[in-house]
Write a protein that binds this ligand. Structure first.
Ligand SMILES: NC(=O)c1ccc[n+]([C@@H]2O[C@H](COP(=O)([O-])OP(=O)(O)OC[C@H]3O[C@@H](n4cnc5c(N)ncnc54)[C@H](O)[C@@H]3O)[C@@H](O)[C@H]2O)c1
Length: 253
């Protein structure tokens, strides 16, 4: 068991990639607290995992609301008496042309996808340092944080920001024994991905991917497990691309 006894906090863990990460972490011996704004899905997910005897709890929080973050951090710390692993996975995406993006939407996407990671990670790592916890932070970026695309200016900006935030704080926290890494998934089959596909039926995602298929949430979860675990003990400030070769093929797209 690669996370035996590790106390993990996973944001956006009630659906898609986050839920697969929770499942993987529980199988590998972690104690998991899921954070999600969707109360119904969160309760369903926690019940599902608890029925199989796994140590899983949930807390409803809207990560956009900075006022809720102190409560969240205190709850997270008392839930399993500390936090060793933080997975900043929650995120949203909307396809719309740059010229149509309204200020509220820009603010919303940046607030959830980027600013919430900054605030939550700062609060959690302060606690880790205070309690001398050698922690691991895994941030969910995207291939869209590495190369641009149309109709996702706000999303792509938020994901690019995550990658530089990851590198910057990895440097500052290395001396405290805290590793910080990011994942950059490509096209992964999840509810969010379905929404994006519905918004643009002309996309042929499999054709654009050298491996000729979409990735699964479990394949991303396997990489999150590696970065969270001691197997990645000399890995910090890295972004692991999980995209079936999509970015490697950029000049063909
Ligand atoms: N699916 C893909 O193809 C893909 C590719 C690259 C990156 N990603 C990233 O992976 C992450 C997960 O994506 P997914 O496809 O599993 O999406 P999803 O929509 O299936 O799950 C996202 C979860 O985050 C929660 N959430 C959203 N806003 C929140 C908020 N303000 N506060 C708390 N919880 C909130 C949702 O309720 C949901 O449970 C996102 O950051 C996304 O950008 C996804």
């Amino acid at each position: 068991m690669r996370l035996k006894g590790k106390r993990a906090l996973v944001t956006g863990g009630a659906s898609g990639i986050g839920k697969a990460i929770v499942a993987k972490f529980l199988t590998e011996g972690a104690l998991v607290l899921i954070v999600d704004k969707n109360k119904g899905e969160l309760e369903k997910t926690c019940d599902e995992f608890k029925k199989t005897g796994h140590p899983c709890k949930g807390i409803v929080t809207d990560l956009r609301d900075r006022g809720q973050l102190d409560v969240l951090v205190e709850h997270a710390w008392s839930c399993w008496d500390g936090v060793d692993v933080l997975v900043n996975n929650a995120g949203i995406a909307v396809r719309e042309p740059f010229l149509d993006i309204e200020a509220d939407r820009w603010d919303e996407i940046l607030a959830i996808n980027l600013s919430a990671i900054f605030y939550l990670t700062q609060k959690i790592t302060k606690k880790m340092i205070e309690h001398v916890v050698k922690g691991s932070i895994v941030n969910m970026a995207s291939k869209n944080g590495i190369a641009g695309s149309s109709a996702l200016a706000h999303y792509n900006t938020s994901k690019g920001g995550i990658i530089l935030l990851t590198e910057s704080i990895a440097v500052e926290l290395a001396g405290k024994g805290i590793r910080v890494n990011a994942l950059a998934p490509g096209f992964i089959e999840t509810p969010l991905d379905q929404k994006l596909k519905q918004a643009d039926d002309s996309l042929s995602l499999t054709e654009r991917t050298p491996m000729q298929r979409l990735g699964t949430a479990e394949e991303v979860a396997n990489c999150a497990l590696f970065l969270a675990s001691d197997e990645a003990s000399y890995v910090t400030g890295s972004t692991l691309v999980v995209d079936g070769g999509h970015l490697a093929n950029a000049s063909e797209l």
